[in-house]
Design a protein around this ligand. Structure first.
Ligand SMILES: C=C(O[C@@H]1C=C(C(=O)O)C=C[C@H]1O)C(=O)O
Length: 398
């Protein structure tokens, strides 16, 4: 008589359990599609002389051969894509459904913070004026200029609590925490955030991208917000700013897809802090088996979109290098995961901060086009900081 093998069921996780299990050094990513918590490093994706996408496909194959169950490539890529990336195949991946109603601790009251704007607000507004001159001279049509706030607390910042507050404030956001410790850091460095912007997601042959551009702060007062939404929907400046991004994203996806559906007009979507013009683009892949069509391949082809860079792209990259005093690092890059079958999800790393010991560096940008007002762009970046500031128990310091 043969004895049937012992089969242990795979554990079923809840989103709240994954969030509670997150510790600095882990990788966490959640969206309305589900949550993923990854621990340990089975291997790093090191592109060598080849493309990162091919190196990722090879790392996934090697991990599957080595017995890693359902391997993924996870991590973040910097704004400047030629830079070193933090993509890896984790040893262990746990997944759950979407974080619907996650309970998380309130922001700790009474933390005293030192706040340093980088650059000073007046210098940021000067940068916007210089960008407007480049636009007037015909060098550029759009450029996204960012600024940062450096916050220093009295004690080390506990990233798991910050992440939990970000997820609770907006369970539908693309929430993430990624270890981005660099040589020379005296403590672990974590990129943490709650982005509203899907760069690209793939499920089988179906692809979705959701570029955002054109923004207004949410006021919290229904009548005021109705007026802001109506104004955003009709603003020629914001619709033009949005069109630059939606057109380019559609053009790039069009190279890989058939049946691309691009809505004619953007809709307005809301986060707890902002309103944005949004275009949800869907398509069907011509060749889902091609590694260039993996979710990472598509994300790399799209990045950086004019939502975070500009038009024309190379000129905008140059203007950003000239006008922003500091490197963006992982801000305005991408974060997410891709599986062996190419499915996955990548978000734009906006509404984010890098946390290292007692310091938190928040960054936010705004799209500059003809007709932009420097003070309004300064205020818009200030409003975008609120996602992180609220989660830190601070508001409106910018
Ligand atoms: C660059 C950021 O946001 C991007 C820029 C937007 C804009 O200029 O209107 C809107 C959404 C994002 O694509 C940011 O939040 O830091």
């Amino acid at each position: 008589m043969s004895i049937p093998p012992l089969v242990r069921p795979r554990p079923v996780h809840r989103a709240g359990d994954l969030l509670s299990a997150y510790l600095p050094g882990s990788f966490y990513f959640s969206s309305a599609r589900g949550a993923l918590l990854a621990d340990g490093v089975h291997s790093w994706v090191r592109p060598g002389s080849g493309a990162r996408v091919m190196a990722a496909a090879e790392a996934l194959e090697a991990a599957a051969t080595a017995g890693v169950a359902e391997p993924v490539v996870a991590g973040a890529v910097r704004f400047r894509p030629e830079g070193e990336s933090g993509l890896f195949v984790p040893s262990v991946v746990r997944r759950s459904g979407a974080p619907a109603a996650v309970r998380a601790p309130e922001a700790e009251p009474g933390t005293a913070w030192t706040v340093t704007p980088r650059p000073e607000p007046a210098r940021y507004a000067d940068g916007v004026r210089r960008a407007l001159e480049l636009i007037r001279d015909g060098e550029l049509r759009k450029v996204v200029l960012a600024r940062s706030l450096e916050l220093t607390a009295e004690a080390p910042v506990w990233v798991p609590a910050l992440l939990a507050r970000l997820v609770r404030a907006d369970p539908a956001a693309y929430a993430f925490a990624v270890d981005v410790t660099a040589p020379g850091d005296w403590a672990p460095r974590t990129l943490v955030g709650a982005s509203p912007e899907l760069l690209v997601s793939r499920r089988g042959a179906t692809v979705v991208a959701n570029p955002l551009a054109g923004s207004a702060p949410r006021s919290g007062d229904d009548a005021v917000d109705r007026e802001r939404i109506a104004r955003l929907r009709d603003s020629a400046k914001d619709l033009g700013e949005h069109a630059h991004t939606a057109t380019q994203v559609a053009e790039v996806l069009g190279r890989f897809c058939v049946d691309l559906d691009v809505p004619e007009r953007p809709e307005v979507i809301g986060t707890p802090t902002m309103w944005h013009l949004s275009t949800r683009i869907t398509g069907r892949l011509k060749d889902p088996a091609d590694p260039a069509c993996s979710s990472l391949g598509l994300a790399e082809a799209l990045h950086p979109t004019p939502a975070v860079c500009g038009v024309p792209g190379p000129r905008a990259l140059g203007a950003i290098a000239d006008l922003e005093p500091e490197e963006r690092g992982y801000f305005a890059g991408l974060v997410g995961w891709t599986g062996l079958d190419g499915d996955g999800e990548w978000a734009v790393t906006i509404r984010s901060a890098e946390v290292c010991d007692r310091t938190v560096r928040l960054s936010a940008g705004a799209g500059i086009v003809a007709g932009s007002d420097p003070d309004a762009e300064l205020a818009e970046t200030g409003a975008k900081f609120r996602t992180l500031l609220r989660a830190l128990g601070l508001e409106d310091v910018a």
